[in-house]
Write a protein that binds this ligand. Structure first.
Ligand SMILES: *[C@@H]1O[C@H](CO)[C@@H](O)[C@H](O)[C@H]1NC(C)=O
Ligand SMILES: *[C@@H]1O[C@H](CO)[C@@H](O)[C@H](O)[C@H]1NC(C)=O
Ligand SMILES: *[C@@H]1O[C@H](CO)[C@@H](O)[C@H](O)[C@H]1NC(C)=O
Ligand SMILES: *[C@@H]1O[C@H](CO)[C@@H](O)[C@H](O)[C@H]1NC(C)=O
Ligand SMILES: *[C@@H]1O[C@H](CO)[C@@H](O)[C@H](O)[C@H]1NC(C)=O
Ligand SMILES: *[C@@H]1O[C@H](CO)[C@@H](O)[C@H](O)[C@H]1NC(C)=O
Ligand SMILES: *[C@@H]1O[C@H](CO)[C@@H](O)[C@H](O)[C@H]1NC(C)=O
Ligand SMILES: *[C@@H]1O[C@H](CO)[C@@H](O)[C@H](O)[C@H]1NC(C)=O
Length: 246
């Protein structure tokens, strides 16, 4: 009997989730956290709480026949909350990272029940920018490598990586908020492989493909021009010589 009770408690604990039901949402999107009430008449009172302080953010009282929305003191929920007047479900619109955290709904009435959500908010990812890290075509024949840099600004909790085809070449991760990142890569001018720079977090990614011909200017253009110049100079000299000798 005791074991059955322990098992039951574990099951219940698992169901209600001490850690809450995990919800991932992109910044700027809306998310709806549901109660399991289909008709509000079943619950006398529905209260939504947020954060470690368990502050009320929204509440419905049956006897009021109306809805009241509370704001946590810093007003971060102002104009972002919507309560469904049939189900008591809470919708947070235009969510930002400051709305991430633990949400708890408590329903009191004939039965007492509660539900917890752990909401994670992920920022939209910028598109990584690939730039040439070599100032210009250097005439020193020693460098057959093109030096590149993949960069992103204002990112947090992301990984920035270079891929050659499908294989990972290098990557860098940050857990801070709002920093700039860049990751270098050297390729040979003649390299025909496809390279890409990928920025990703837990739920999203952004990819930029490397266009070697556009970013890595070889010196051949300049060399050809120089050769032409020398050749025409030689022609002129020669013509001059021919005219003189005539
Ligand atoms: C909520 O989810 C995040 C991300 O999955 C996790 O890091 C955090 O520990 C969770 N919080 C709780 C109280 O379970
Ligand atoms: C919790 O309450 C304390 C004092 O009332 C306040 O300083 C703190 O910012 C609150 N934390 C959250 C997450 O609301
Ligand atoms: C809800 O209704 C009650 C009584 O009907 C009233 O006292 C209260 O001010 C109302 N609340 C809102 C937010 O309208
Ligand atoms: C519930 O909301 C709908 C539309 O949002 C509205 O028409 C209706 O009057 C509301 N019911 C109550 C009891 O406030
Ligand atoms: C969403 O929130 C951001 C930051 O608070 C704000 O700048 C933006 O105007 C909001 N967008 C909408 C559609 O409300
Ligand atoms: C769902 O509602 C029933 C009553 O209808 C309640 O017993 C149960 O605990 C609720 N579950 C959750 C997760 O809120
Ligand atoms: C390329 O970038 C590195 C840092 O990532 C820098 O130290 C180096 O000077 C740069 N080279 C050129 C040619 O700009
Ligand atoms: C990027 O996300 C897409 C789906 O959105 C997925 O198919 C792809 O594998 C991801 N790429 C990487 C490198 O994570």
């Amino acid at each position: 009997m005791f074991h059955v009770l322990v098992l039951f408690c574990l099951y219940w604990w698992h169901l209600t989730g001490v850690f809450g039901e995990s919800v991932s949402v992109m910044e700027g999107d809306s998310v709806t956290l549901k109660t399991n009430v289909t008709n509000i008449q079943q619950a006398d009172d529905i209260e939504w709480k947020f954060g470690s302080n368990n502050s009320y953010i929204a509440r419905i009282k049956k006897q009021w026949q109306n809805f009241s929305i509370f704001y946590v003191p810093d007003g971060r929920f102002r104009d972002r909350l919507k309560l469904d007047n049939k189900t008591g479900s809470l919708t947070i619109t235009n969510i930002t990272t400051e709305h991430a955290g633990i949400y708890k709904v408590e329903m009191t009435g004939a039965k007492l029940s509660s539900k917890t959500y752990n909401v994670s908010v992920y920022a939209h990812l910028p598109v990584p920018v690939i730039s040439s890290n070599s100032s210009q075509c250097s005439s020193s024949s020693s460098s057959s490598y093109c030096s590149l840099l993949c960069s992103v600004v204002n990112v947090g909790h992301v990984t920035l990586s270079w891929y050659k085809g499908n294989s990972l070449l290098s990557s860098i991760s940050v857990s801070d908020l709002s920093i700039s990142l860049s990751l270098p890569l050297e390729v040979q001018y003649q390299d025909k492989n496809s390279y890409s720079c990928v920025l990703n977090n837990h739920i999203n990614n952004q990819t930029t493909h490397l266009d070697i011909t556009q970013l890595c200017h070889t010196c051949s253009g300049t060399a050809a021009l120089t050769l032409t110049l020398i050749y025409s100079q030689w022609l002129c000299l020669h013509a001059h010589f021919l005219v003189q000798s005539d």
